[in-house]
Design a protein around this ligand. Structure first.
Ligand SMILES: Cc1cc2nc3c(=O)[nH]c(=O)nc-3n(C[C@H](O)[C@H](O)[C@H](O)COP(=O)(O)O)c2cc1C
Length: 406
């Protein structure tokens, strides 16, 4: 359970007969190197004593009364936690918390906690199967809550069925898996995607074949790893992803403006948009009338958005894309150095091979200062997952620095 080491875990305990198992659970989490704060509901204190949990967690146990001693305790608890677990969770607390109600220290802390809350229900089978409980289970935000168990078995009351709290070992395993999935928890990632359009006149523009699929796949992978993701998108026809804030832009100037506005609040910037390098020096206000002669359009160089972003935000982890048709990795390496960025994804824009622009497939090379990783032809979704895992690995050592720098 290496990934739990040094993590701040809040263990919420509620008034269930299974509360005694929380002592074993807290002890196991402590042995795995976690820092524990126990938050108990009032009713749970008649099932297990605060003193027991205080000794095992090596920390002051928080119950409702503490809220009066220290102002904003629920907010402090929520901010302190990397992981929030409620085990055991009664039917009462389950219904309350999954519906967003908050009338005691545990439920207010839950409401203020930004990450996913892990819940290990413990109740009589008739209570677990109750229509209202099941309705709340079905309707709760799957993004916000993860249910562990409950298990099938014989209950203290003599009934048999689903409702037993999962074993501390199983809860620990689930928690560890969730931490693995949440490698980018709390990290703010800005992704740009799609093409830009540079107007020639009111009805014509210069653009490229970018579909935005790679950028959208990256944004979704980052969200799945727990990051707070914002997407700046050029004109694309892709379904809006859930839980990702999107800003739509059209021209490279709008893209620049949006990136520079958002970059101060980002830790990572993945520039996957295919931004026009050149744009017409003048936009005609009237539609250009066709004639027999040649038409010459003067183009001016656009700004290097990625380079400007990197210069604007100290400590930004910046990732660029380089779509090439020849000398792919050499050109990408030159870009990496010139823009002073951390990672560049080079890919071949080749319609004949069904790769790159518009395609669902890609073949890329992840280039960093002293390494190069080739990923052979695969879906953009899988490639996005590999890129995001690599980013997570690279910034892992800097996570605390990044969070403290805010
Ligand atoms: C002996 C006893 C055992 C209980 N065990 C459970 C239980 O396992 N699960 C549950 O949902 N409620 C159980 N209850 C009912 C809860 O304690 C009650 O709903 C309480 O209000 C829950 O408060 P809380 O969610 O704030 O901790 C039990 C009650 C008693 C008296």
């Amino acid at each position: 359970m290496k990934n739990i080491h040094n993590k701040n875990i809040v263990v919420g305990i509620t008034g269930s007969i299974a509360a005694y198992k929380a002592a074993d659970l807290v002890s196991k989490l402590k042995k795995a190197g976690a820092n524990i704060k126990v938050v108990m509901t009032k009713s749970s204190t008649s099932f297990i004593t605060e003193r027991t949990l205080e000794s095992i967690s090596n920390n002051k146990v928080l119950v409702d009364e503490n809220e009066n001693d220290e102002s904003f305790l629920h907010l402090d608890v929520a901010k302190w936690a990397d992981i929030f677990l409620i085990a055991p969770c009664t039917a009462n607390s389950f219904n309350k918390i999954t519906s967003g109600l908050a009338d005691d220290l545990l439920s207010t802390s839950c409401l203020a906690f930004k990450g996913k809350i892990l819940i290990a229900p413990a109740m009589n089978p008739d209570m677990w199967n109750n229509e209202m409980v099941q309705k709340n289970r079905e309707n709760m935000s799957k993004h916000k809550f993860k249910i562990i168990g409950p298990d099938y078995g014989l209950h203290a009351c003599g009934d048999e069925g689903y409702g037993r709290m999962s074993s501390p070992e199983a809860i620990l395993e689930s928690l560890s898996n969730e931490v693995e999935k949440n490698e980018l928890d709390g990290i703010r990632i800005l992704v740009s995607a799609g093409p830009t359009r540079e107007p020639i006149d009111p009805v014509r523009f210069i653009s490229n074949y970018s579909s935005g699929k790679m950028g959208y796949a990256l944004a979704e992978s980052a969200r799945n790893l727990g990051a707070d993701v914002e997407l700046i998108s050029g004109p694309v026809s892709i379904k809006m992803p859930e839980n990702i804030k999107i800003t739509s832009v059209e021209t490279s100037a709008e893209m620049l403006d949006a990136v520079l506005r958002k970059i101060p609040n980002c830790d990572v910037f993945i520039s996957a948009a295919a931004i026009s390098d050149y744009r017409p020096s003048h936009k005609l206000t009237e539609k250009h009338k066709s004639s027999d002669g040649e038409l010459v359009i003067k183009l001016e160089r656009g700004e290097d958005i990625l380079k400007l972003a990197k210069e604007t935000k100290a400590g930004l982890y910046a990732v660029g894309f380089s779509a090439e048709t020849n000398n792919i990795s050499d050109n990408a390496k030159i870009k990496l150095e010139k823009k002073n960025i951390d990672m560049i994804i080079s890919n071949e824009a080749n319609h004949q091979k069904g790769l790159g622009f518009e395609s669902d497939m890609n073949e890329v090379c992840i280039i960093e200062k002293d390494s190069m990783l080739k990923i052979s032809k695969n879906t953009k979704k899988i490639i996005a997952d590999i890129i995001l895992s690599r980013i997570a690995k690279n910034i892992k050592g800097n996570l605390i620095k990044i969070k403290n720098a805010r």
